[in-house]
Design a protein around this ligand. Structure first.
Ligand SMILES: *Cc1c(COP(=O)(O)O)cnc(C)c1O
Length: 448
């Protein structure tokens, strides 16, 4: 496979951009990433004309794939041609806000921003302003964007910045705990309960291999935050309008958070973020409240039109049936392939999210008949239950180097584009077909 053009572009990029990229994970591919020329349905075509089945889908935003349906394209083009933005409100912001409020159980009011990072930053500030407390509980391995309060590693006893440039005094207000560990949450509330502004979590760990919550975990988080006067914030930047359809993951799990952060799909492929929740809390944002929050590009008309038309298209067509159905086929097919070729590996994901975690240990082959059939559900009766990843440490212990250095390249050589490392999620879009699924399963068979 020729990649001369990608190599030359990367050479130019290295001279003018740090690491040759504008977002760190893109450089995880070695020796250099391929540069994309254009998309085509469920495929991308690179700068050398190679065509791949694309399961990265922009790392989450592209629910509909690369070919936007006619009404979505028309909405975007009309807003762009009328003049990109104004610094004063437009109707389409109200339309999108009304749509979200109508469909997402916990959202009574919403503030649009420009990225998932900005959404979680604003949500943390809002939680602190609303409660008058400082501390935020986060999950180890959870990702909430490139922001000071959540780029924190270690544990609740010894939190420390996970990036240079963040003062230890910031990190001290963040308490990382393992996902799916109720006891760890209970301990931080026993110790710091009066100073915990919020528990911030993805409903499903989507940036660390895909880890599904254990039965009752979110209900437990809901109860303990309520008990202590803390807020529960669901970061649905990935799961929003992907898991649980238009009701998002919170409707799937039947748990109502106080605040929800959105991004990715809600902007239909353009830069976006949002914070929604109970009106009484959201009203604390300026100008109705005293928590400052603002943005030149917030509620950008082109973005709002792309988001609104995408979600309306999903509401009126079989988008979720299609992507969830293909997701099920992929995960089911992978489960069968692994039983044969790599019985210790775990298939994860739900709805249109999927991944194979290269876990090192598993149950005996003869018990695999009874395992979760199409993605780990943390089901205690599954023979894999004692081995499947329940938190970030479990994912990290997998064969992450084999995944990145050997397996990823073998898939690329078969024209299948997977996410850049063991941790990032993979996504099915409306542009994908059964043929894409079959081709991909065949490639997994060869590469594993
Ligand atoms: C992608 C992501 C973010 C960050 O969003 P950006 O738009 O990249 O700033 C935050 N939280 C979660 C759960 C994400 O997946």
């Amino acid at each position: 496979m020729n990649d001369d053009n990608s190599r030359d572009l990367y050479d130019r990029a290295l001279s003018v951009m740090p690491g040759g990229v504008n977002s760190a994970v893109r450089a995880a591919i070695e020796p250099y990433p391929f540069f994309v020329q254009k998309g085509d349905g469920g495929h991308v075509i690179d700068a050398d004309g190679n065509r791949y089945v694309d399961w990265v889908m922009g790392l989450g935003p592209l629910l509909l794939g690369h070919d936007l349906p006619e009404p979505v394209q028309a909405g975007i083009q009309q807003k762009a041609s009328e003049g990109p933005m104004y610094g004063t409100p437009t109707e389409v912001e109200v339309d999108l806000a009304e749509f979200v409020v109508r469909h997402v159980p916990s959202v009574e009011k919403i503030r649009f921003v420009n990225s998932g990072t900005e959404a979680t930053t604003s949500a943390v500030r809002l939680a602190r302003g609303y409660t008058g407390r400082n501390k935020i509980v986060v999950m180890q391995g959870g990702y909430h964007g490139a922001q000071e309060s959540t780029l924190v590693e270690g544990d609740a006893e010894n939190p420390r910045p996970s990036s240079a440039g963040i003062p230890q005094s910031f990190a001290e207000h963040t308490l990382p705990v393992p996902f799916n560990d109720g006891e760890a949450i209970r301990e931080v509330f026993d110790e710091h309960g009066d100073d915990i502004a919020a528990v911030l979590t993805e409903p499903i760990l989507g940036n660390y291999g895909i880890v599904y919550p254990e039965e009752g975990y979110h209900e437990f988080l809901r109860d303990i935050t309520e008990e202590h006067g803390s807020l529960l914030i669901f970061d649905e930047v990935i799961t929003g309008f992907r898991v649980g359809g238009l009701g998002c993951a919170q409707s799937e799990f039947g748990v109502t958070p106080d605040l929800t952060t959105f991004g990715k799909i809600i902007g239909g492929g353009f830069s976006v973020g949002a914070v929604g929740g109970r009106a009484e809390i959201i009203e604390h944002f300026a100008p109705s409240g005293d928590v400052f929050q603002a943005g030149t590009f917030s509620g950008h008309p082109v973005t709002m039109a792309a988001g609104l038309e995408t979600l309306q298209f999903a509401a009126e067509n079989d988008v979720y049936d299609h992507v969830d159905g293909l997701g099920e086929q992929l995960r089911g097919g992978l489960t069968e392939i692994l039983a044969d070729q790599a019985p210790s590996y775990t298939v994860t994901g739900t709805a249109s999210m999927f991944k194979v975690i290269f876990t090192r240990d598993g149950p005996g082959r003869d018990s695999l008949e009874e395992q979760c059939g199409a993605g780990c559900r943390q089901n205690p009766t599954c023979p894999r239950y004692d081995y499947c990843p329940k938190n970030a440490a479990d994912v990290k212990n997998a064969e992450t180097e084999r995944w990145r250095r050997v397996f990823w390249g073998k898939m690329k050589a078969q024209n299948v584009f997977l996410s850049q490392n063991q941790f990032e999620c993979q996504f099915v879009s409306y542009g994908h077909t059964e043929a894409d699924v079959e081709e991909t399963l065949e490639a997994y068979k060869q590469a594993l």
